[in-house]
Design a protein around this ligand. Sequence first.
Ligand code: OXD
Length: 314
Amino acid sequence: MRKLAVIHHRHAEWVPTLQAAEPRLDLRGCHPKDWTGLDPQWLAEAEGLFCWKLPPGLVARMPRLAWVQNGGAGVDHLVSHPELPARIAVSRADGAFGLWMARYTVGHLLAEAQRLAECAVAQAEQAWRPGLLPEDLTGQRALVLGFGRIGRTIAVALRSLGLEVTGLATRAREEEGFSVRPVSEGPGLLAAARLLVLCAPLTPASRNLVDDAFLAGGHPGLTLVNVGRGELLDLEALRGALEAGRLKRAVLDVFPEEPLPAAHWLWSHPKVTVTPHHSGPSRPDHLIPDILPNLRAFAEGRPIPAVVDRSRGY
Ligand code: OXD
């Protein structure tokens, strides 16, 4: 039986889920803080690793390691990890996140468009305000930066609300009726956009992609939503854009440092909504459909079918 180490802060949930999905594996689990407590002989024989973040020193103790399955969508912390040799295959699990992140994006957009905060104030004041009309989103432009499975699902949800969606990605194309433009066209498209959603993977090319120059074409009606990675967005550029009226609001679920430090200016900025990286919960039952074909292949000694291109970063 091939050995798969499950080194994850939620190993108690993941081990039974993975074992039920693929009984032909020898699994052992522990919290990343406790991995040194695993039997060193067993670890040295393990060829697979399931983890979220890689604990320092672990890979050196796993000389037979051939495959790492990430317990989530973003593999930025794995693909460029200095301790993980390039020969080791890395897989991600992104299939479940699109719907969650679409609901998050739509929820925050509709709260604005339906003026829910003002309605709550009116109700508290027992004031009947028929002038409190919702915003018409029909025909308004949304830009979705990152047009993989997650971005496409968000785009479909926004389209169903009447928005016109344009994707932004490294490669221009038409996909499911959406026009996907190169990221370099993003700044020029911002002037006519109501919404900018960031859901791209973090790679050397996408780090701080949304900077001063990108946001230069923003305007007072533009909302930015970040469900990707905090590092996609230059926070000083964000602050400048909010203060110069080049953005109406930023809804941020991800941050370069998490949890967001207590004194950070984002917590109290009136035009910023901070949420605790909850737009895409990593539930084992939701992630298993992506992971299962990899587990089966691993158990049978076949090549892992879904691996990321480590040089590209996703
Ligand atoms: C992920 C995440 O990448 O939760 O899966 O951020």
